[in-house]
Design a protein around this ligand. Structure first.
Ligand SMILES: CCCCN1C=C(C(N)=O)CCC1
Length: 364
């Protein structure tokens, strides 16, 4: 079998199928700590049959949270809660992944359902965001990040490394560094947000330095036999997407040389004005180009909802893993539905025994 329900091995880790739960912020944590919401949420998704479950953007420092409700792994105290999440995912038969993040100049906001804007300056939970340059995400806005010093940069790189070490201690076996969506690493890479004149800005090498040095530090603490991956915004949909894509291909080559095993091909979202060509499966061609041109395993997401199409993307060698988000929120047992649609009739292929037993020879 070569499609959506074929296994996928990377380093010493094997996914039972090509379906991954995309990291989806829940904004339900307090001071970064896991609670019952997360336990039920991740157990539900893992029992639905995905091969990989990636825990939501997990902040490597308090000021790196998108909202005060983000999960954190900036202290040893956070490890226990995430250990229980990793264990629940693995017990359900999926590989436990986690996304480590720092939101940079997009940090310190309310959740999307409260508008997603920066917290009021006088809110007790608010903090000053940081970034490569004192350039606000929204041009002209007065929510201006503090320009990071080189000591700040080094500290943040260590924060990523220590969080990776904790993630391994917690039992995670797939690591995704969040280098997309206009968050800190992406904001170093994009000339829209990085106007530094030191070695962390200017040329592509300069703008990529934060990413490469962060990978090098994480590499010291993340086991070599477990996948070290990045979610990278590979294209800025401005007046010349091919330019940012060609830069991204160079950066991906450097990341691969630095020890990155897999790229989760994502969006840049470095500026609010991007003209994203929203459509079904619209990132698949970009991911396929990365896979072909850089000879590195890739995944992607964004509006992929149909089992037969997803199956073909895998069979045709366009992508190796597909990250589903809203498709799985809408139906956590979607993998079971997808399997039936692809004529995989044994529910034990995707569901745990207490569910699968009763669904054999069942059809509504
Ligand atoms: C539709 C664009 C969604 C971009 N977001 C990404 C997030 C992320 N954690 O990558 C947090 C919420 C918004």
């Amino acid at each position: 079998m070569t499609g959506l329900f074929s296994s996928f091995s990377l380093k010493d880790i094997t996914l039972r199928n090509r379906i991954a739960v995309s990291p989806m912020c829940q904004y339900q944590a307090v001071d970064g700590f896991i609670n019952d919401w997360h336990s039920a949420h991740y157990s539900m998704l893992a029992r639905g049959g995905a091969g990989l479950v990636v825990v939501e953007a997990t902040a490597v420092a308090p000021e790196g949270r998108i909202t005060p409700g983000d999960v954190g792994l900036w202290s040893d105290e956070h490890t226990a809660g995430l250990s229980s999440i990793a264990a629940a995912i693995k017990t359900a038969g999926a590989v436990a992944g986690i996304q480590l993040a720092h939101a940079g100049r997009k940090a310190g906001c309310t959740p999307p359902w409260q508008g997603g804007a920066p917290l009021d300056r006088d809110d007790a939970l608010a903090w000053e965001p940081v970034g490569p340059s004192a350039v606000p995400f929204v041009p002209g806005n007065d929510y201006i990040p503090r320009e990071m010093t080189k000591d700040n940069i080094r500290q943040t790189q260590q924060d990523f490394a220590r969080a990776a070490e904790r993630a391994c201690q917690a039992g995670f076996q797939w690591l995704e560094l969040h280098f997309a969506h206009g968050f800190l690493a992406q904001s170093f890479l994009s000339p829209q947000s990085n106007t530094r004149s030191d070695e962390y800005g200017g040329s592509l090498e300069g703008r990529a330095r934060f990413l490469l040095e962060t990978v090098a530090e994480v590499r010291k603490f993340w086991p070599d036999n477990f996948p070290l991956t990045v979610r990278l915004g590979v294209v800025e949909f401005d007046d010349c997407p091919e330019h940012s894509f060609s830069e991204s291909l160079k950066v991906i080559g450097w990341l691969k040389d630095a020890g990155v095993d897999f790229v989760d091909v994502g969006l840049s979202l470095a500026t609010p004005g991007e003209n994203i060509p929203w459509a079904a499966n619209f990132m698949v061609p970009w991911a396929a180009r990365v896979r072909r041109e850089k000879n590195i395993p890739v995944g992607t997401s964004w509006m992929i909802t149909q089992a037969k199409e997803a199956n073909e993307f895998i069979q045709d060698g366009k992508v190796d893993v597909i990250f589903f988000a809203r498709t799985l929120l809408a139906n956590p047992h979607w993998p079971y539905r997808a399997a039936r649609e692809l004529e995989i009739t044994d529910p034990h292929a995707v569901l745990p025994t207490p569910y699968a037993y009763w669904l054999q020879n069942w059809s509504e």
